[in-house]
Design a protein. Sequence first.
Length: 452
Amino acid sequence: MQTEREFAIEVVRRLQQAGFEALFAGGCVRDELLGLEPADYDVATNARPEQVRAIFRNVVEVGVAFGVIEVIGPRLPEGGHLMIQVATFRSDGEYLDGRRPVDVTFCTAEKDAQRRDFTINGMFFDPIASKLYDYVGGQHDLEVAVLRAIGDPRERIKEDKLRMLRAARMAMRFDLRIEPATHEAIRALAKEITIVSPERIADELRKMLVHPRRAEGMHLLEELSLLAPILPEVAQMKSVPQGTPSARTGDLWTHVVKVLEMLEGPTWPTTQPVSFELAFGTLLHDIGKPLTFVASSEKYSFHGHEHAGKDVAKRIGRNLKLSNDERARIEFLVEKHQYLCDAPIMRASKLKPILVHPGIGELLALHKADSLASGRDIAHVEFCERLLRETPESVLNPPPLITGDDLTARGLKPGPLFKQLLDAVRESQLEGTITTATEAMEMVEKTMEAKS
């Protein structure tokens, strides 16, 4: 089976054989210089879109006005096809919307490099001749671990405001220092990030938060003045004290970033990587505290902050246009981030339903990170994990002893009492005080008699 790199080389070879210049471009060049496997391969060429179409039979026109064609390759075993994006060398016209140029002019590789965002993304590589083309100093910047905008940093950022978030993400991902002029330009223009669509901002956050260096990424957003414009509710945590009035231990923001630092993927039901929902839920788990903060001479309190936090998380999720599934899981994690602290002494009817929730693995991961970041033990997490391992599903989540149909057959009409009876029966079943349908109906009868 042909790999994506092999197919990309084939695309380059066919373009070169047709008399055109063709090179690997951008991120794939950077990643290979770093010894990493690129997520995808892009090819840049001096062939015009119509010339690319003439060489490759199977193509998709994804951005002809910008000189971009996708060449379709062999079918993949899992479905779909290998696809390589081929772009004609271009220089960009004026940017009016802070996102894309009004028009483009086809040009040389050197001029194409000048319109790209950062030096580490502005290099080309010929895989046939094994030759690097670096017109912007990207190789040197990689060697000294620096992220630098190409040309005037302010101009590069004004062209596409999302480049500010991309800078933070790349600096985080590759452990780079943002050079002073680029750093200063981002801070100066940070408030303009709001011109970028919520979907594009959310996509950058997804990529940052699933990365192991997510805590450093959040520090970078705050350092670059980007946190407040995109997540103002999170930025407000900086003003909320931790500890006690007589022995403060920093602020809430410091604590939350520490929890992100300690965060690891769920180990139940299997070991998994940290998902966006888990990481974002962790970032927001104490988001309700600024709204519920009360200080006395002896302590700080945040009564009901988990419920207030759920409401804030809901608003943030909607503002960022996250999917319904993402929002539901994040809100669950925020609302329940303290729920399991008393798990070893909780009633079975309160504990069992949450242990069978689809998000229990992620909730336990959040509980563990929160406890470790706060210097508390994780006995409650270990208790829940042991219970999950040792208790059959049929015990944690047994089929209901009776249903609404059973109550209807008894002559009851659906209504508030209907639900109360079913809930009471289910609670007793989970506690183990009733185990059969007969006992359940006897309980219903007794309850009805007491109410009559």
